[in-house]
Each structure stands twice: as structure tokens, then as C-alpha cells.
Design a binder for this molecule. Structure first.
Ligand code: ACO
Length: 317
């Protein structure tokens, strides 16, 4: 049993932070960020939590799907920046929207939404679950080192969501993990135990940009190619690729490796930066609402992130 997407939704905070704004905080420039990353501005929350944003994206997805919160069978949220470890972000959303189903969080950093979508598809395949809400939501600004110019210029806040049910759109998926903390890590922060002797870093994103970059280009291209081979299509047959919006150069190199024109890659990195696990569902929601999708279009979604991890899928619209 496969799945189909009934509706999508997204939400980003109103407050815009431009590259010029950041150049007054750290030693950087609009020119460097635009050329090396592709971000012009990002949305940063000033008064909304990750669950506030997730709630808004969820309501929009439910409205687009024509599904009531009471009829949801499951909520899965991907996040690395939830307001609380407990209750989970998914549980908070469940309460806020008035759903009654099981709800839990899942973490695979920036590829978390792809892991959550595949997990939701597995629940549906198992049977007993009809309507599932899948969310990616981050207030990642909370865990950035705002004095580190190599990370703080990349990211932004936001949330995206989809509502799915049993169907036949989900043609292939690929999840990948290469456990390492050398490229990218977010330590959980110093604990309270008076007994524990090991030093733990602050709760913030620590990244080796170049190592992450190389992993990303290789995985995005390989994951898409492998899925295409598996379902017997060429990469040229993909109508759209919705990539994780991490770096325009990563997307460009991925397009070259696949031999695809950049026009096939949906992009909003210039407006939002990297919203971690919210990046793919926000982009997908924009693509759906743009009216550009036609019945039968083949869409690859793909993401990579801490773990290291990558996740991808191909759906037929
Ligand atoms: N402004 C100006 N200069 C900068 C900035 C900045 N914001 N950041 C770094 N530099 C400087 C460096 O200090 C270095 O200077 P030096 O040559 O004098 O030493 C120079 O620019 C080049 O630095 P690199 O690190 O080589 O720059 P690179 O081209 O690799 O770009 C970047 C850095 C943007 C981080 C890139 O490596 C990248 O995008 N990596 C992937 C990151 C990513 O996608 N992460 C997503 C996962 S996140 C998650 O899962 C939570």
C-alpha cells in the first residue's frame, strides 16, 4: 500500500532578517552570503515558538486536504528545535488543533521530514491508519551560535506540513544514515547531574561546512538516481525536484551530477534560507500552491542533514 497527499500547508514568521542586517552582527557581507550560499534573507521568529508555527502549518494543510483534526489517525513531527522535549512538538500540535490521535516526534536533523513521511507511509502500509499529518517545524534560530558567521547566515525559521492517506502516489523512497558527529552536531547541552564527569557542549549547531557540503552533493544525486533506477525511469523523466534548501551551490552541483536543468529544481533559499526539517515541506507547499503541478508529474523530494543522514522520495502527482 502506498500513500497520496491530500493537502499541504506552511508557515514562516513575519520578521525578515536580511544579509545586510547580519553583516552588522558578524563579519560577513550580502555579496559573500549570496554567492556562497544563495540566501538573501530569512525569517526569524521574534515571538512564535516551533509549535506555534507547526500549528499554523498544520491548520493550513488540514484545510487544503479537507480533513478535520478529529479524523486524524496519527501525527508525526520532525524537529531538532522543539520548545520542549516533553510534551513532544507533535503532542502540542495535537492538543492545539483538537486532534485525539497518537502523536510523536522524530529527529533526523534537516532530513527529518523525509524520515517522518516515510515512517507515516509505513504506518499506513501496516493498516489501521487512514489520515496522517506529517510536520517539519523548526525555530532553529534558538540553537544557532549568532557569533559564528559560518552557520548563523545559513538558517531560518518555519514550518511545513502535509496530510496523507492510503493511495498510489509514493513510488519510491530512500533513507540513509552515516553515523558521525564530525561534520555536524547539535549537542543536547550541559546536563544537571552532579555525578556525570564528561564535558558536554552547548545546545547549538556545530558544523564543518565543507564535509557536510560534499556529503550533501553525493547523497542528493545518488539517492535520486537510485530511486529512479528502482522504479525504471530516467532522471530526465522527473518533472520537479524539491531539494533541501541548504546551499544553492549544493543544488547546482546535484543538478549537474544528474544531468538536469536547474529550472527543474524548486527553490526558495533566497527568501527563507535553510529551515532544516521544514525546508522540503515549505518548498513543496509553495510548489503545490503555485498551480504548476500537473496530473502525472513525477516529483523527487530530497534532503540531507545531521546524522549524517539523507532522505528522499519520488511521488507521482
Ligand atoms: N561571510 C564571510 N566569510 C565567511 C563566512 C561568512 N558568512 N563564512 C565563512 N567565511 C569565510 C571562512 O572563514 C573562510 O575564510 P578563509 O579562507 O580566510 O579561511 C572562507 O570564507 C571560506 O570558508 P569555507 O568554509 O571554505 O566556505 P564554503 O565555500 O565551504 O562555504 C558553507 C561555507 C556555506 C557553510 C558551505 O560549506 C555549506 O553550505 N556547507 C553545507 C552546510 C549545510 O548544508 N548544512 C545543512 C545541514 S544543517 C542540519 O542538518 C541542522
Amino acid at each position: 500500500m502506498s500513500i497520496q497527499i491530500l493537502g499541504t500547508g506552511a508557515y514562516v514568521p513575519e520578521h525578515v532578517v536580511t544579509n545586510d542586517d547580519l553583516s552588522r552582527m558578524v563579519e560577513t557581507s550580502d555579496e559573500w552570503i549570496t554567492q556562497r550560499v544563495g540566501v538573501k534573507e530569512r525569517r526569524i521568529s521574534v515571538n512564535e515558538s516551533a509549535s506555534d508555527m507547526a500549528e499554523k502549518a498544520a491548520f493550513r494543510a488540514l484545510e487544503a486536504a479537507g480533513v478535520s483534526p478529529e479524523s486524524l489517525d496519527l501525527i508525526i513531527a520532525a524537529t531538532v528545535s522543539a520548545d520542549t522535549i516533553c510534551p513532544s512538538l507533535a503532542a502540542t500540535v495535537q492538543q492545539r488543533i483538537g486532534a485525539h490521535c497518537p502523536a510523536f516526534d522524530l529527529n533526523s536533523a534537516c532530513s527529518g521530514f523525509m524520515f517522518a513521511l516515510d515512517t507515516a507511509a509505513a504506518f499506513i502500509a501496516r493498516g489501521g491508519y487512514q489520515k496522517v499529518l506529517v510536520i517539519g517545524a523548526e525555530r532553529i534560530s534558538r540553537i544557532l551560535d549568532w557569533t559564528d558567521r559560518s552557520t548563523c547566515v545559513i538558517f531560518g525559521d518555519g514550518a511545513g506540513a502535509v496530510v496523507i492517506e492510503p493511495g498510489s502516489q509514493y513510488l519510491a523512497s530512500k533513507l540513509f544514515t552515516q553515523g558521525t558527529s564530525s561534520a555536524l552536531s547539535i549537542p543536547a547541552g550541559k546536563g544537571n547531574s552532579p555525578f556525570y564527569e564528561k564535558e558536554v557542549g552547548d545546545y547549538r549547531v556545530v558544523m564543518n561546512g565543507q564535509e557536510t557540503f560534499k556529503f550533501a552533493v553525493r547523497r542528493l544525486a545518488d539517492d535520486i538516481k537510485e530511486m529512479c533506477d528502482r522504479i525504471g525511469i530516467t532522471t530526465e523523466e522527473l518533472t520537479w525536484v524539491v531539494p533541501h534548501q541548504a546551499n544553492i551551490r549544493i543544488i547546482d552541483l546535484c543538478a549537474r551530477r544528474l544531468g538536469l536543468p536547474l529550472e527543474k529544481f524548486y527553490m526558495n533559499i533566497d527568501r527563507y534560507g535553510n529551515t532544516s526539517s521544514a525546508s522540503v515541506p515549505i518548498s513543496f507547499d509553495e510548489l503545490v500552491r503555485s498551480g504548476k503541478l500537473k496530473k502525472g508529474d513525477l516529483i523527487a523530494m530530497c534532503a540531507f542533514g545531521g546524522g549524517l543522514s539523507s532522505g528522499a522520495c519520488i511521488i507521482k502527482w
